[in-house]
Write a protein that binds this ligand. Structure first.
Ligand code: CAA
Length: 421
């Protein structure tokens, strides 16, 4: 049975800050953010754009763009580490906003940035079962990455959501369902205590944990590929992939990951200034970097970052890649990781046409550093009970889904002007 992506769409805040401007505001050499981290711009959410609003917007775009009947969706799974309540889930609000059937399995997964990949794996297994009977699974990754003003992680903030519909009628990519590779190991590289809006991170250690998890997941993937009987050799296994996509907290992390992948297959580390390293960097420029434009202009979307890169790939994919495989690596701090592969389906680029991601990026409004700081400050107070009614005009917002604040200890949203709580 073929299981894969039938549709994908994304949604981002309406504002952004130029990364060089942020560096100047912090008294830092802009080259550190542009060359050292590989970033260009950073999405900034206003108080009216929380993880529910971003997710609902992405889901609505997907249903419309791919002409999907909401009644065909039997599962809604939201991966997020930007929870809005200790008990009720982001998915519960999104279920209502998308008008999905009451006969739908609805839940949220938290496993740092790995949550949405865990949702996809769960969805694939359900669709492979005899219970699915042609129904579809909607997985939405939604997050607002926040480290705080002046923190080392500040230039790696960002926000957005990616909605993905998986079914037995894939039109974009078909997942390899016979083998995959996952990995978990408890580490304190990045976390957000229950009392904090901002994440804590052991920055350099988190890079090491990411690369160790890539090694673990990729080894397990190759072992499982051999055991499946479909593959007879895993020597230089990465060579089969037309594109190698990674979790992208910032662009340069994906470069470190790709070099690591090639080192694992080569069985050696590539020395500084070696021709091996030069070849690996060139290979990154061919198979990964072309699909990181969106990431470099949004920033980190935690659970959504890998899938932002996938969307970029699918919009720009050339017919030469049809029928070939791509790899996808998800890393969630703490940590959980997974390495999977998928086949690119004929005509994928054509199905992605209509509203290009570049148009969505270019229609955003640029803010200066002081306005960004004002937005950050207002977001921090937005969940206090009573009184903080969001004024969309104050934040220059046009979107149809809005978070309005908390009243009577309940979150209030509006969708197309209709109040929901
Ligand atoms: N010109 C050019 N490059 C410069 C430069 C300059 N003037 N100054 C510094 N650089 C380079 C450095 O050499 C370094 O490159 P390498 O990593 O290749 O050595 C890079 O810019 C960053 O410099 P520093 O390491 O000095 O920067 P930092 O200590 O301020 O923090 C960071 C960098 C650790 C990534 C920090 O931004 C951070 O903590 N980010 C959040 C955590 C994160 O994203 N971790 C990634 C793995 S964990 C994960 O993936 C899960 C997740 O989503 C959070």
């Amino acid at each position: 049975m073929k299981i894969g992506l039938e549709g994908i769409a994304f949604n981002i805040p309406e504002h952004f800050i130029n990364i060089e401007e942020l560096a100047c505001a912090r008294g830092i050499d802009p080259a550190k953010y542009t060359q050292g981290l590989g970033q260009k711009e950073m999405s900034v959410s206003t108080p009216c754009e929380d993880s529910v609003v971003l997710a609902a917007g992405a889901g609505r775009k997907l249903l419309e763009k791919f002409n999907i009947d909401p009644a065909s969706i039997s599962h809604l799974i939201v991966g997020t580490e930007t929870g809005i309540d200790h008990s009720t889930s982001v998915s519960s609000y999104v279920h209502l906003m998308l008008g999905l059937s009451k006969f739908c399995r609805v839940f949220e997964i938290k496993q740092a940035c790995y949550g949405a990949m865990a949702g996809l794996a769960m969805g694939i297994n359900y669709l492979l079962s005899r219970k699915a009977k042609g129904s579809k699974v909607l997985v939405i990754a939604t997050d607002i990455a926040r480290y705080g003003i002046g923190a080392a992680g500040e230039p790696t903030q960002g926000a957005g959501a990616v909605a993905m519909l998986i079914s037995d009628q894939p039109s974009l990519i078909e997942f390899e369902t016979q083998y995959d590779g996952y990995y978990a190991h408890h580490v304190m590289d990045f976390w957000r205590p229950i009392y904090s809006k901002e994440a804590f991170v052991d920055g350099r250690y988190s890079i090491q944990c990411y690369l160790e998890a890539l090694e673990g997941a990729y080894h397990f993937y190759k072992k499982n590929a051999l055991q499946s009987g479909l593959v007879h050799s895993v020597d230089n296994f990465n060579k089969q992939f037309a594109a190698c996509l990674y979790h992208v907290p910032y662009v340069k992390m994906a470069q470190k990951a790709h070099i690591k992948l090639l080192e694992i297959d080569a069985g050696r580390t590539f020395g500084k200034n070696s021709t091996y390293l030069e070849h690996a960097q060139n290979d990154f420029n061919q198979r990964t970097l072309p699909f990181l434009e969106l990431n470099s202009r949004i920033g980190n979307v935690y659970t959504g970052s890998l899938f932002i890169s996938l969307l970029n790939f699918l919009e720009d994919v050339k017919p030469e890649a049809y029928g070939k495989h791509i790899s996808l690596f998800s890393y969630g701090s703490g940590c959980g990781a997974e390495f999977v592969s998928a086949k690119v389906l004929e005509g994928a680029a054509h199905r992605m046409k209509r509203d290009s991601f570049r148009k969505a990026l270019d229609s955003r409004k640029r803010v200066k550093a002081n306005r960004y700081e004002e937005m950050m400050d207002a977001c921090a107070r937005m969940d206090d009970n009573g009184g903080n009614v969001c004024q969309p005009e104050k934040w220059d917002l046009q979107r149809s889904e809005l978070y309005l604040g908390v009243k009577g200890h309940k979150r209030i949203y509006s969708i197309d002007g209709k109040i929901i709580q």
